[in-house]
Design a protein around this ligand. Structure first.
Ligand SMILES: [Zn+2]
Length: 181
């Protein structure tokens, strides 16, 4: 198991649609990959992580949501597709690839998703609230869409100075990490 480096905004892999996974091909490396993805997400306190955020061109994401008095909800989706949407949400979102940046994003309140799970079985997920929001955020990642591109142009322009400042910091963090590795 290992904690992977998370790709930051500006890296090309985040803005490219990922390749559909072939489960038979993926099967052998899947347990180790999922362990790494959950470890990486836990290490930074995230609730979702897409494979391209750790540099893999693969249509796969993991989600882990804390629940009251219950085990966290952990879900693996391979080749996920949103097949139904309803309602609307307008809430603040963050992203592990944009550390320190938050913005209110319009999402559907409920989504139905089809995917393959970690056992290679087809699943259908009905998600709402935070879970639905996380699913839409991760499927967007796999489509090469970062959350700030969901903002209206004007809001995006307003964010630009903050984003430039943050980018300089992320670069420094990654460079110092590379030196210590
Ligand atoms: Zn994200």
């Amino acid at each position: 198991m290992a904690i992977k480096r998370i790709c930051k905004y500006g890296e090309k892999i985040l803005e490219k649609k990922t390749r559909k996974a072939d489960f038979e091909e993926l099967k052998k490396i899947l347990p180790a990959l999922l362990a790494d993805m959950f470890d990486t997400m836990d290490a930074v306190g995230g609730i979702g992580l897409a494979a391209n955020q750790i540099g893999l061109d693969l249509r796969l994401a993991v989600i882990k949501i804390k629940r009251e008095d219950e085990e966290p909800l952990s879900i693996v989706v391979i080749n996920p597709e949103i097949v139904e949407r309803s309602g609307a949400l307008y809430e603040e979102e963050g992203c592990l690839s944009f550390p320190g940046l938050f913005a209110k994003i319009r999402r559907s309140a409920k989504v139905k998703l089809r995917a393959i799970n970690e056992k290679g079985l087809p699943i259908e997920i009905n998600a709402e609230g935070l879970f639905a929001k996380a699913m839409q955020h991760e499927v967007d990642h796999l489509d090469g869409v970062v959350f700030i591109s969901r903002l209206p142009l004007l809001s995006r322009l307003k964010l630009k100075p903050a984003l430039m400042k943050l980018r300089a910091q992320w670069k420094k963090i990654d460079e110092s990490r590379m030196k210590t590795m």
